[in-house]
Design a binder for this molecule. Structure first.
Ligand SMILES: [Zn+2]
Length: 351
């Protein structure tokens, strides 16, 4: 829902045009007696226009977009904006406090990105219900940031080919405007992660387009941190421009972007130490079917327990660094280049 001449209302708080303001949305009281709350940063432009909702850390260990979100919020000049951005940097404070993916309570709904619209009374359900009602429902588009969980970095944007037709088309346009070199456009309602996750719920039930953004991961060093933060900031500005909130997009699009359907997780079948053949800075490169991407060695005997090979030709959309992995832990992801994939090329002069 676009902002009006009187600004925007979040959880009963009226935020005037040309204003930045923090809104607190209390959720519940935890067993330790503290109030669990959502914090939303509203950046409301001087002129009415569409609203972009940005959420981060719905998986508590996936906090990496926090710094670029801080930079976006601080640097935006509301006098130059038509519309608003609502940024919720930590939507799962219960899991974030423990640096883990899910709420630790012994309940049916520990993973917040699988329980929309939050029908029960667990902490996670109540967070999701508040997020849906007070932030997502009142927006015109949604970006949901995730990242490589511990030890892995990602470069992709993910949206649904089975969203309602116009919503699907707009979602893909926005994902491309974000500038990700790899964009998955695949069934998300009938496929992964299903209708109870954030983007499919927003698209199918609320009619709001959106995509998941995954740029980088923790622990790859300050040079890559800076590159990935820059890409996230530019990407958000690109989406804001595509929505008309900003007048101009940065010159941030890669020369070509792969829109693909078929993804492969090349994660180990055994636990051990991941010894990668690809580095974080090589993320996004083309790999060939059969290419060894990494090996799993035993922490106990030193022997090689498993070779991780590319099952098809494609782009490596996530890459693990050397770290201990569980069976199924994050090692490599492949965006398959096949008849279901296509390249989108951008104008000469794009970086
Ligand atoms: Zn996630």
């Amino acid at each position: 829902m676009p902002t009006s001449s009187t600004g925007i209302t979040i959880y009963g708080t009226q935020i005037e045009l040309d204003t930045k303001q923090i809104v607190e949305i209390p959720i519940t009281t935890g067993l330790n007696g503290t109030t669990i709350k959502l914090i939303a940063h509203a950046v409301v432009g001087a002129r009415p226009g569409p609203v972009l909702c940005i959420m981060n850390t719905i998986h508590g260990g996936e906090w990496f977009a926090m710094e670029p979100l801080r930079q976006v919020r601080n640097a935006l000049d509301t006098s130059q904006m038509a519309g608003a951005v609502i940024i919720a940097p930590v939507v799962n404070p219960a899991a974030f406090a423990l640096d883990v993916r899910n709420v630790p309570d012994q309940v049916d709904s520990p993973d917040l990105n699988r329980i929309f619209p939050g029908p029960l009374t667990s902490t996670g359900d109540q967070i999701v219900a508040a997020l849906t009602e007070h932030l997502i429902r009142n927006s015109d588009a949604l970006i949901d940031f995730h990242m490589g969980p511990k030890g892995a970095a990602f470069t992709d944007a993910l949206t649904g080919s089975d969203f309602p037709e116009e919503v699907s088309k707009r979602s893909l346009e926005l994902a491309l405007a974000f500038g990700s070199p790899i964009v998955r456009h695949a069934p998300m309602i009938s496929g992964f992660p299903g209708p109870k996750s954030s983007k499919p719920y927003a698209a199918a039930v609320l009619g709001i387009p959106g995509f998941g953004g995954e740029v980088g991961g923790a622990g790859f060093g300050p040079k890559l941190d800076a590159v990935w933060h820059r890409r996230t900031v530019d990407g958000i500005h690109g989406v804001m421009a595509a929505m008309g909130i900003l007048a101009q997009a940065p010159d941030h699009l890669p020369t070509r972007q792969l829109v693909y359907r078929n993804a492969h997780r090349i994660n180990p079948r055994v636990g051990g130490i991941l010894r990668p053949e690809l580095t974080g800075s090589e993320m996004g490169i083309e790999v060939e079917e059969g290419q060894v991407l990494g090996r799993i060695t035993s922490p106990y005997t030193g022997e090689v327990l498993e070779e991780l090979k590319a099952p098809a030709n494609g782009l490596a959309y996530y890459v693990g660094r050397e770290h201990p992995v569980y069976p199924g832990g994050w090692a490599f992801g492949l965006a398959q280049i096949d008849d279901d994939a296509r390249w989108v090329t951008n104008e000469e002069g794009a970086v």
